[in-house]
Design a protein around this ligand. Structure first.
Ligand code: CMX
Length: 441
């Protein structure tokens, strides 16, 4: 297969390059590490490697150096489905892994490979069914992915004495299987929980995103496009976010991709990370219900202060790295303007864009008052009939699996070691802090 051949050509070169960099520059400082970093969630600490994407405070994410507009519409446009415009997420996976823009043919091959491997094993369905139906969809999702660990080619080959140079290849095969099935697993959880346990089989003629839409039960071509866009946008956000970093850390122990992605999903399930999309729509709906429709600016402002004064955050706003409107938000807004400009909830989202940043600036705490990706995704899903908020993070998880798998494959390709940072104690800090040099950063 083209992607695997390409990786077999690139990875040995990259491995040698990484080894050389480590040897030559291993003792150079990226920055000073401070006590503030240790207590402050390591914010901004340059201590991780991630080559798939990078987040720039004033520009947002770039996938292998390309911006979202470039990949959606510009010079680096990724292949789209016949009759569609949005990039096929399969093409993005190719780009994340190789750093090269895929040909139409390479993307078709990957789509076909996912379709070939798409059957979800019966025991995974049984694992999902064994959980109470009111179990949170993210719990069901993570458990179902973990249950597939028994299939791991990496774990099997490791037991058989696989050479280190072959780790990436086994990781790649596992990743193909995981990605091929992840949409079917997510769709099954949805259909079981909300649609009377009725299962829709995959359609082998559809691309990965459209097939997901199909298995969820909506064959509107606009919803196909939304799924392609959604899976493209949420896929990767460099290495330090909770889901990506958890996946990276777990896989550094040579735990296989089922363990690491399942763990990454557990992090994504937190309200300060992926669960924010569910919280965001809940907040918009509360507004809608309280004011019996689209509120006025004044009413929305009043509602923001109520949220803040009750000690809660405004979901969908703020970011640990970004300092501008998230370009993933902007892409979703463009989609909404094209397909659902008159939608009432979209109007609230648009109004919130005018009001919330001003309120957060007055509030004076958030370093970034602008919307992030989660501020918009819920209304798009709601418009297309996915009204069950607590399922929203599963969409994020399906997409984030693209980034998590790509990052883990590359880490094994580079032969990166197990992660093991040094922790310090508060007692040590109290004893030595006065004598430590002050950071120049
Ligand atoms: N509403 C109210 N207060 C906010 C806020 C918001 N949207 N965003 C940040 N703040 C507050 C923080 O709670 C913090 O308060 P304290 O000093 O009392 O602890 C202060 O502003 C400074 O925080 P920050 O440095 O600007 O932000 P962090 O890097 O600590 O956190 C994030 C980033 C995303 C967790 C935070 O902005 C937030 O909670 N946003 C709302 C939840 C959300 O949208 N999460 C999704 C992020 C994207 C994703 O991962 O999916």
């Amino acid at each position: 297969m083209k992607l695997k051949e390409k990786l077999a050509e690139l990875i040995p070169q990259w491995r040698a390059e990484v080894a050389q960099i480590r040897k030559t520059y291993g003792n150079r400082k990226t920055m000073d590490c401070t006590i503030g970093h240790a207590y402050g969630g390591m914010r901004g600490l340059k201590a991780l490697i991630c080559d798939t994407s990078e987040v720039f405070p004033n520009e947002g994410v770039k996938f292998r150096g390309y911006t979202i507009p470039e990949l959606r519409k510009g010079d680096a446009k990724l292949p789209s489905a016949p009759g569609g415009e949005e990039p096929l997420p399969e093409g993005l996976w190719y780009l994340l892994l190789t750093g090269e823009l895929p040909t139409e043919e390479a993307v078709k091959e990957l789509t076909a490979e996912f379709a070939k491997r798409a059957t979800v094993p019966q025991y995974v369905i049984d694992v999902i069914r064994a959980m109470p139906v009111d179990t949170h969809p993210m719990t069901q999702f993570s458990a179902a992915i973990l249950a597939m660990q028994k299939e791991s080619i990496f774990a099997k080959r490791y037991q058989e004495g696989m050479r280190r140079e072959e780790y990436w290849e086994a990781m790649f095969e596992d990743s193909l299987n995981l990605l091929a099935r992840i949409t079917g697993i997510a769709a099954y959880i949805y259909r079981r929980k909300y649609k009377d346990d009725t299962f829709i089989a995959p359609d082998p003629n559809l691309d990965w995103g459209a097939n997901f839409a199909h298995m969820l039960g909506n064959d509107d071509p606009a919803f196909y496009e939304l799924m392609r866009l959604y899976l493209f946008l949420h896929s990767d956000h460099e290495g330090g976010n909770v889901s990506a970093h958890t996946n990276f850390l777990v896989s550094s122990a040579l735990s296989d991709i089922y363990y690491s992605v399942s763990a990454g999903l557990d992090g994504l399930a937190g309200p300060l990370h992926g669960l924010a999309n569910q919280e965001c729509l809940r907040w918009i709906m509360m507004l809608y219900e309280k004011f019996g429709g689209v509120p006025t600016k004044e009413q929305l402002e009043e509602f923001c202060w109520e949220t803040l004064n009750s000690g809660q955050v405004i979901p969908g706003y703020g970011h640990a790295v970004l300092r501008v409107t998230d370009p993933r938000y902007t892409a979703q807004r463009e989609f909404a303007l094209k397909y659902m400009a008159d939608d009432e909830l979209f109007k609230i989202v648009s109004l919130a864009y005018e009001v919330v940043p001003q309120v957060l600036m007055k509030h004076g705490k958030a370093k970034n008052p602008w919307p992030n990706v989660d501020a918009h995704s819920g209304v798009l899903l709601y418009h297309f009939g996915i009204k069950e908020f607590d399922f929203y993070t599963v969409f994020f998880g399906v997409s984030r699996a693209l980034g998590m798998t790509a990052q883990a494959i590359l880490a094994r390709g580079y032969l990166l070691p197990i992660e093991r940072p040094k922790s310090i104690t508060t007692r040590w800090v109290k004893e030595v802090a006065e004598s430590l040099p002050v950071s120049e950063g």
